[in-house]
Design a protein around this ligand. Structure first.
Ligand code: ATP
Length: 513
């Protein structure tokens, strides 16, 4: 097993063992690519959502939020293009009967070539030591340049073929590259077909009158159809944004990789309405702002990169992903798309209602252009969780498992631990708990030796442990232990609130943006 696979396995089992994520309907052997968030997971997820919401809505006076329904009028999806074009190219292996996304097979092939590039880079880094210049090496080393050209030519060809609906060429490409079924090694492929990802459902009691609906595959359309309502009632002036978080559903062809690709997931999206012609500037600005938001969490700048799209969706004039270094390599975490006026124009056409904005400065009305930022909450959860899970070698020769979640996102901010279950210590601990719980989510634990309880909180991701001992009864002080450094300090009970607040407040973290 590779180191990466090993780490991913640890992430999966840790998420279950520590009450973060469970397989949905597990007692019935689960439902594929559907997951439930458990007692700790729901808190982490809520905290990520809140961190996003404050950064996007509270900190921008020209961005407001909505919460649109999951069920929408079916014409919405005709207008948006999802009925006709929300497809993935799928291919089956005739021997293994396994189904794959043709584009993903090709992208994974390219990722392998990229692995070779990375190997060359680390070899050269060792050889040249401090004098090593990565950019120069990548642009001049013959072998690396060759690899990169190969990747570019494959992705460009795939992008063009998909855009032109030339599925035969996508299959040809798979054959030419001799891509085999990753599970069995077989190269006996069917033709490539398109598959619509929307889940259908019905509204109404009787079969004859029932209306065919879709579960929304993205939250964005709920924003577009409400654009004029919000603009008018909120007296919003362009440029302005509408943000929303909520469930989306996609009947993904291949749904592996845990909560990275789910059939029911949550998105956090913001549509920013701008004057036509200014979209490029806003697109660049939102790319930068969103990256800064990610970096504010301190999960390592080297773990993020932009990927500009070669193949643009039917609605976009520019698009980029923020990719994160997941346990299975760099993959899309967030998309930033310049969506032009495609959606609003389409809804005008299909609804017959005008969706124009009157610009008082220009003294004319127009259909605004849109720049979208769209991040998967579950993917962000996986990024945070997998990046935080670490095995640490300790000085005494043992190891500890520690979940170094950014403190602002941690489910519990502090654990309250009476040293022993007697002598009045639990009573004092309860008093501290009752006081702190007005401000923070805190956890009480009096079972087992305190060292064992520390380890449990390390693994659960709690940033602080507060221990109440016999001295506490004398001088009203406690020991506060820091998860990451394991440093222990004696502090007054009355100072606890400020100490914790300083490290867990959203403000402290967002100010790093
Ligand atoms: P992918 O190429 O991985 O299928 P996408 O480009 O279709 O993703 P978008 O339509 O741009 O994704 O959706 C925006 C965000 O929603 C993505 O960046 C991702 O974080 C999240 N997302 C999309 N599909 C899923 C899914 N099936 N499970 C979890 N999150 C998802």
């Amino acid at each position: 097993m590779s180191k990466q696979e090993d780490q991913f396995k640890k992430v999966l089992s840790h998420a279950k063992e520590y009450g973060y994520v469970f397989q949905s309907s597990e007692i019935y052997d689960g439902l594929s690519a559907v997951y439930d968030y458990a007692q700790n997971g729901v808190e982490l997820k809520k905290n990520i959502r809140e961190y996003w919401w404050q950064a996007m809505v509270q900190m921008h006076e020209n961005i407001v939020g909505i919460d649109a329904a999951i069920l929408m009028h079916p014409t919405t999806w005709k207008a948006s293009g999802h009925v006709d074009a929300f497809n993935d190219p799928l291919i089956d292996n005739k021997d293994s009967k396994k189904r794959y996304r043709a584009d993903v097979l090709i992208e994974d092939y390219c990722a392998k070539i990229e692995g070779k590039i990375n190997k060359e880079v680390s070899k050269a880094k060792k050889r040249f030591g401090d004098a090593f210049n990565k950019e120069e090496f990548i642009s001049t080393n013959g072998r690396v340049v060759g690899y990169q050209e190969k990747i570019n030519s494959i992705l460009t060809r795939m992008g063009k073929s998909l855009e032109n609906e030339d599925l035969a060429d996508v299959k040809l490409l798979i054959e030419e590259l001799e891509i085999a079924d990753p599970l069995t090694g077989s190269r006996n492929w069917t033709d490539v077909k398109q598959f619509n990802l929307m889940f259908g459902t019905k509204l109404g009691a009787s079969a004859e009158t029932a209306m065919d609906l879709y579960l929304r595959p993205e939250t964005a359309q709920g924003i577009f159809v409400n654009f004029l309502n919000v603009q008018k009632t909120g007296r919003m002036k362009i440029p302005f944004g509408i943000a929303q978080t909520g469930k989306a559903f996609r009947n993904e062809i291949v749904a592996r990789q845990f909560i990275f690709r789910m059939r029911e997931f949550e998105q956090m999206e913001m549509q920013f309405f701008v004057k036509p012609g200014t979209q490029k500037t806003w697109y660049e600005q939102w790319k930068e702002t969103r990256l800064k938001w990610h970096l504010s969490l301190g999960m390592g700048a080297e773990n993020y990169r932009f990927h500009d799209h070669d193949k643009l969706a039917h609605y976009a004039d520019a698009a980029a992903d923020i990719e994160f270094n997941f346990p299975f390599g760099f993959k899309e975490l967030e998309g930033i798309h310049s969506r032009t006026d495609f959606d609003l124009k389409a809804h005008e056409e299909f609804s017959g209602k005008k969706l124009h904005y009157f610009d008082p400065q220009e003294n004319k009305s127009y259909v605004p252009y849109v720049v979208e930022t769209s991040i998967g909450l579950d993917r962000m959860f996986l990024a945070v969780f997998s990046n935080s899970l670490q095995e640490e070698a300790l000085e005494n020769g043992t190891t500890r498992t520690v979940l170094k979640l950014p403190a602002v996102l941690a489910p519990y901010k502090a654990a309250i631990l009476p040293l022993v279950k007697k002598d009045g210590l639990p009573e004092v601990a309860r008093q501290i708990m009752d006081d702190l719980k007005w401000d923070f989510n805190v956890f009480y634990d009096e079972k087992d030796a305190v060292g064992k309880r520390y380890r449990r909180q390390d693994a659960a991701g709690t940033p602080f442990c507060i221990t109440i001992d016999h001295d506490t009864l004398v001088d009203n002080s406690v020991t506060i232990r820091h998860r990451d450094t394991m440093d222990q300090k004696r502090v007054a009970i009355s100072d606890l609130k400020e100490i914790i607040k300083k490290e867990v407040a959203i403000k402290t973290w967002l100010q790093k943006m």
